[in-house]
Ligand binder design. Structure first.
Ligand SMILES: Cc1cc2nc3c(=O)[nH]c(=O)nc-3n(C[C@H](O)[C@H](O)[C@H](O)COP(=O)(O)O)c2cc1C
Length: 411
């Protein structure tokens, strides 16, 4: 039988193979491991070893988020501990310097920006307000002319081979993200990766009759304009460029150059297509105003989940300033450590129109495809509803700064 250390979520013990490092011979059953034995990763006793398949063998009817999280933990062993809170904690499996190795689900450098996203958002607390006539919260919205059930979308993701242990085929990964979001009444997005054809994501959206948004890395204008043409033909909802992808080392080391873009270049991208264009990776109000001036249809506030620039600011630190400049002019999207419906409400109160989720959906898509992704959206939706009821919000415009207070500096 195989076991996983439930404390560090990193050490796996296979009774058939034993563990050379701690002197356990092949065939040593867990009940025969001496009580003095310690996990070689985190130092806890053998009582922390839990059968890997305990939950995975649950009946079909009992499939829940825990079920899919357990599968993801097994599929991503050594890369992601699928911890109770995905917060860029320096002690987590995904974080720490990688010295040139792929970053998996972690962040660039020491993953301080990943951690900053979490900490910056958690310094806001929701104020409870319950004496008010009850109304069912209105969570739906129109985004670029499309009706969505919730102000939450799936962030663009890609790179199963480079970041997710090649767990499933890249196109299946995209399909799970897109269909799961759609089944929950909202939109999914896909990215692009140098290890697959650059138009793979947009083609999967085409298979989904255009319901989805492809994001392309900021490659040469010539290449981007061609990809925009493909996207337009496949009738996608909108097309995006993750401008902060200019810092993607994976693209550069794969010999596919990525670049910073000038104002004239983003203008050219907007003008080359009839589809709405979204620019991602915006982290200050000057850049946000440039997006607005270029005719961009939405501004996506993000630092790529801390995966490109380390020692950077958390999204919640910059979002209010950006919102002050462009709110009501074009939709503002924002991501970065959004994990729950409570987090969604805070991101809206900070000035976003839509909050987006990255890492949790990546885990769901590899572990259970559409069903698991939908389950995550539904979980977020339930908590958003509850958060709105308990903070006195009847509709999305009620989510304002005044529903929160702010702790001192979190670092
Ligand atoms: C495994 C992985 C792959 C990603 N791939 C892309 C991508 O191809 N294009 C892109 O714009 N962003 C990509 N991102 C960044 C996400 O869109 C998003 O900005 C980030 O994950 C949000 O932070 P969160 O994961 O803490 O929710 C990726 C993120 C992860 C974790």
């Amino acid at each position: 039988m195989k076991y996983l250390c439930s404390n560090c979520k990193m050490f796996r013990y296979d009774e058939d193979k034993g563990d050379k490092e701690t002197g356990l011979l092949p065939g040593t059953k867990v009940e025969n491991i001496p009580h003095s034995w310690k996990c070689p990763v985190c130092g806890v006793s053998k009582s922390y070893l839990e059968p890997l398949h305990k939950k995975i063998s649950k009946e079909l009817s009992t499939k829940d988020l825990t079920y899919y999280r357990d599968i993801a933990r097994e599929m991503l062993t050594g890369l992601c501990g699928v911890y109770p809170v995905c917060d860029g904690d320096p002690d987590h499996t995904c974080t720490g310097q990688k010295y040139g190795a792929p970053i998996g689900l972690g962040g660039a450098g020491q993953a301080k920006t990943f951690e900053a996203n979490y900490k910056a958002l958690q310094q806001y607390r929701l104020k409870m307000r319950v004496i008010k006539t009850h109304h069912e919260p209105e969570m739906s919205l129109s985004f670029l002319g499309n009706d969505l059930s919730i102000p939450v979308m799936g962030a663009p993701l890609s790179g199963v081979k480079s970041s997710l242990k090649d767990a499933i085929p890249e196109d299946d990964f995209y399909w799970g993200l897109l269909k799961g979001a759609q089944s929950s009444g909202t939109l999914g997005m896909v990215g692009n990766t140098p290890s697959s054809p650059e138009d793979l994501g947009v083609k999967v959206i085409g298979k989904n009759l255009g319901w989805g948004i492809p994001f392309f890395k900021p490659q040469s204008q010539e290449r981007l304009i061609k990809l925009f043409e493909v996207a337009e033909k496949l009738d996608v909802i909108a097309t995006g460029v993750d401008l902060d992808g200019a810092g993607s080392t994976y693209w550069v080391t794969s010999d596919k150059s990525v670049y910073r873009k000038s104002e004239a270049e983003i203008q050219e991208l907007v003008d080359c297509t009839k589809k709405p264009v979204i620019f991602k990776g915006i982290m200050n109000s000057e850049d946000a105003l440039k997006v607005l001036d270029s005719g961009g249809s939405a501004c996506y506030v993000s630092n790529h989940g801390g995966r490109v620039l380390d020692s950077g600011q958390g999204v919640a630190e910059v979002l209010p300033d950006i919102s002050k400049e462009i709110s009501g002019k074009i939709p503002i999207l924002a991501d970065g450590a959004v994990r729950t419906g409570f987090d969604v409400l805070k991101v809206l109160a900070l000035g976003a129109d839509v909050a987006l989720i990255g890492r949790p959906l990546a885990r769901m898509s590899i572990a259970g495809g559409e069903k698991a992704v939908k389950m995550y959206f539904d979980y977020v939706k339930d908590d958003l509803r509850r958060a709105m009821i308990l903070t006195g919000c009847d509709s999305l415009p009620d989510a304002k700064m005044s529903i929160m207070d702010k702790l001192g500096h979190p670092y």
